[in-house]
Design a protein around this ligand. Structure first.
Ligand code: XMP
Length: 525
């Protein structure tokens, strides 16, 4: 379907930053769509783009294995901006020469602007600013009719444009889409708003409106099931779907027996106050299913993290299948899948290495021939929070920390016995309560306790103890793809550790995790 907004097409050559480009365009209130680099000319044209952005990518334009693309789009007279690999592609296609750089550039560089019109409009030519580089190739010779419009110490052609006005081709050797590039958002805005003259009609409100329409069209009169976890993603996806199709939607919450302390009770209360449908008091139908025994039985004494994840994934599928049968004639499944979950399928590169088997109800659609409704698949977590606000969801839902589908099963390291799960629940509740009381909850992206599979010696009241260790993990992040450990105040950590050791029987030691992601991950399993 062609959008009613002016659209920028982003061709993805496999950069890890492609969605960030789309996101920056949205921040300029312009609509964009990402297509694989191999998209045909007809597909690109069908979106009636006002301009094209060619992303970066891991390939080299000089190597045989580089991705194919519809070069003919360059003849359409549309503004085209190539970023990194995309710039080199334009240069090579227009008769320039690209070669291996003597000095590869990764990380920060200082950019000096030579031509402060169009792309660098408003940024001046006097003061250099920081840009983020990540390239091994560089342009050795500009194509005829092009000029360099900015440089760094190692790249005399850090940005270029065609002087021939017939073409309107631009290139940036650095990445304007990453936050480390000081004026990156402004540069992309200059491209989409001033060079492409795309109208700024995209807002979260317009996204919501368009998505609701799209869900209605996709679902028709069919019955729809939503796997509601109580987290912000599935709640926002459910709220949008409910706004679109009302009573056709049934939400199912499965208690898997590895939820946090009082969580199921709190979610029940929260769900009661949900009035997703704008302007009405209609509530979505939410089934609360207690499958805890079934999950815990299946977990048994399993200790291997991947096996635990797979067992939980399978149990979720079973539980949802049962519910779908009870509802009868379910044809669609709503999931709160975000962009970081779909990154591989958009890129031409194919799937990346499996670090952890993330559980969702992934096996269900294929087994039950369900169509997937994924209204959030283009968004990042912080954008979903803005959308939640637009939908009028309560603040404590919008700002809930992410919680993994396999729940505490991957935070109780080793076997998940009821006693060990309870010990973790108590420690975790103390940590989270204190974060809230001290106003630190919103300053961390995610925080939780883990129970380690070791015991250590301690001394309590002159007695030797040989008890369990609790690890505390708190991270800052934007999207969970990368994260840093949160430097929580030392007196706060001391207070939490003291409370846990005094109040949780069986624990005699608390440690704080100071690892970033990468190389660690956020969860321990
Ligand atoms: P990692 O541990 O991979 O986690 O750095 C990144 C983010 O994903 C969450 N996570 C999951 N979420 N199902 C989910 O829905 C899962 O299986 C799962 N595993 C990890 C994790 O809590 C963090 O926010």
């Amino acid at each position: 379907m062609v959008s009613c907004h002016d659209t920028i097409v982003v061709l993805d050559f496999g950069s890890q930053y492609t969605q960030l480009i789309a996101r920056r365009i949205r921040e300029s209130h312009v609509h964009s769509i990402i297509l694989p680099s191999t998209a045909s000319l007809e597909t690109i044209q069908a979106n009636r783009p006002k301009g094209i952005i060619l992303s970066g990518g891991p390939a080299s334009v000089t190597s045989a294995g580089r991705p194919e693309w519809s070069k003919a789009i360059m003849k359409e007279g549309l503004p085209i901006l190539g970023i990194c690999y995309g710039m080199q592609l334009i240069a090579q296609s227009m008769g320039g020469r690209v070669g291996r750089a003597k000095h590869r550039e990764f990380g920060r560089a200082e950019l000096r602007v030579r031509d402060g019109s169009d792309l660098f409009r408003g940024l001046g030519e006097k003061t250099p600013f920081s840009v983020w580089m990540s390239h091994g190739d560089r342009i050795e010779t500009l194509p005829p009719g092009f000029k360099s419009i900015a440089l760094t110490a190692n790249s005399p052609i850090a940005a270029m444009k065609s002087v021939n006005r017939k073409h309107r081709l631009y290139g940036l050797q650095f990445h304007p889409e990453v936050v480390h590039t000081t004026h990156g958002a402004r540069i992309l805005k200059n491209f989409v708003r001033h060079i492409c003259e795309a109208r700024p009609t995209w807002t979260m409100g317009s996204f919501l409106h368009d998505s609701v329409e799209q869900i209605r069209r996709q679902v028709g009169r069919e019955k729809v099931l939503c796997a509601l976890s109580g987290g912000v993603d599935s709640t926002v996806a459910a709220a949008m779907t409910h706004r679109a199709i009302g009573k056709q939607l049934t939400c199912v919450f499965i208690d898997n027996g590895v939820m946090r302390k009082h969580e199921v009770k709190q979610l029940k209360q929260a769900f009661r106050s949900f009035h997703f449908r704008a302007g009405t008091q209609a509530r979505p139908y939410i089934r609360m299913v207690d499958a805890s025994e079934q999950f815990l039985r299946a977990l048994g004494r399993t200790t291997d993290p991947e096996k635990k994840r797979k067992i939980i994934g399978r149990q979720f599928i079973k539980a949802f299948e049962r519910e779908a049968r009870n509802i009868g004639n379910v044809r669609c499944l709503v999931q709160g899948t975000l962009y970081p979950d779909v990154i591989e399928s958009v890129s031409h590169r194919g799937p990346s290495a499996t670090i952890k088997t993330h559980h969702n109800v992934g096996g269900l659609p294929a087994r039950m021939k369900l169509r997937l409704v994924e209204p959030l698949r283009e968004l990042f977590k912080d954008e979903v929070r803005v959308l939640g606000k637009e939908l009028g969801l309560p603040d404590d839902v919008i700002h809930r920390h992410p919680f993994p589908g396999p729940g505490l099963a991957i935070r109780v390291l080793g076997a998940v016995t009821p006693a060990r799960a309870d010990m973790l629940r108590e420690a975790d509740a103390i940590f989270l309560d204190e974060l809230r009381v001290q106003g630190l909850y919103r300053q961390t992206w995610q925080a939780f306790a883990v129970l380690l599979p070791v015991r250590t010696v301690g001394v309590m009241g002159d007695q030797r103890t040989y008890e369990h260790v609790i690890g505390l993990r708190a991270v800052t992040s934007v999207d969970g793809m990368t994260a840093d450990w949160a430097p929580l105040p030392q007196p706060f950590l001391a207070h939490v550790a003291n409370r846990i050791i005094n109040e949780v029987p069986g624990v005699n030691r608390v440690v704080y995790d100071i690892s970033s992601k990468p190389p660690s991950t956020i969860e321990w399993e």
